[in-house]
Ligand binder design. Sequence first.
Ligand code: PLP
Length: 457
Amino acid sequence: MDAAALDRRYVWHPFTPLDEWEAPGFRPVVVAEGRGAVLIDEAGREYLDGNSSIWTNLHGHGHPKLVAAVREQAGRLAHASYLGLAHEPGARLAEALCHAFGFEDGRVFYSDDGSTAIEAALKIVFQYFQQNGAPERTRFVSLGGGYHGDTVGAMSAGQSAGFHETFGPLLFKSEGVPSPGCYRCPFNQAKPEKGDARAYRKCHWECVGEVEKKLAEVGAQTAAFVAEPRVQGAAGMIMHPHGYLEKVAPLVRAAGAKLIVDEVLTGFGRTGTMSACADEGVRPDLAALAKGLTGGLLPMGATLVREEIVAGFRGGFDRTFFHGHSYTGNPLGCAAALANLAIFEEEGTLSRIALGGAVLEEAARAFWELPQTGDIRREGMILAIELVRDRTTREPFRSEERVAHRIGEIARGKGLLTRGLNGTLFLLPPYCATREELVRMVSVLRDAAEEYFRSRG
Ligand code: PLP
């Protein structure tokens, strides 16, 4: 059997309907190589990696400095347990992360991916209050549509019914507040669609008022407010008005709760700055990092924690944080992550993101020619195009129509890999993508959308 046949027989893929994978005649793309913004399949066919391999890749596939760092580390030490041992790449990376993300006073707790980085954050805050005089603080408040991963705690902290509804009875209850995305804001129409001058009602930050109300209700029992800063990825690349978190953070603080930011997607330049919340002047109590942490080479998560919380774990054996994983602090991941941060400095990555983002935005204007385009939004190198049944009423497509999925399938046939959600198309290219590659990604996606709507009639 070749790789495709073996895969179809033996592998169970994430977020993938089995019926479709097993359908007669279906053959998956078998990727064999990656170079820059391009993935190459076993037959030598090239695909632009329009979603950076589910938002992980930053500087391109096969970046020589990242490859060399991992190779060099593997030759010395691939892994040793972090339970009771230290190593140089882990120590150096912790220092570098604390500086890069404004946690100079804090510490880093390593884990394996985004879900486990969030899981650690939730448990740290929970235990902190349990053993520091506020055991009633057991609740978490999070944004509508918030997605923090698929482990049980991460699912519980999120509000992602579409993905997690089945597991409802298994989850602890968390409190939701409305997502502050302007396009579907229930309070006003602060950002009307192109060409429609109706309904400009001034925004009164009702979304912040909702947080205030919720905290008035449950603030005294709240352990933490959990939020993806600025962009909620898996909710549909919902982008927040600038200043939202800046307004919410003091409310959380006044309620005596902690602020956990989930920078799993937004960290490492994805929204244009190293940290999305630092750009708003927000000083979170904990931050979860993963995805881009290793530049897209290896699975790894990190939870950054302020000293004030860490201090709550001193004072005896019974105050220990009994939590961890076999591969916590894996030296290969640490070496990749250190090389990743060095590339940001050496190659002026943040300036490159600013240029790349502008190219995406300019190219995306062509989408307005498509009558189904309802909203085009961009932050850094995240572009989202929300397609709707009716531009004026903003009536969405039904999720069962799987519009973005179908358009993604057509785009794949044209040499572009990307994965949107419901009716929203996403492009999150590697930062190394050239102007030509970025323009091509947008135009292939537009052609695919046009072809899809033509086929619907
Ligand atoms: N948090 C956010 C904001 C994410 O977008 C994701 C994944 O998409 C996660 C957490 C979970 O990360 P992982 O898939 O690495 O467990």
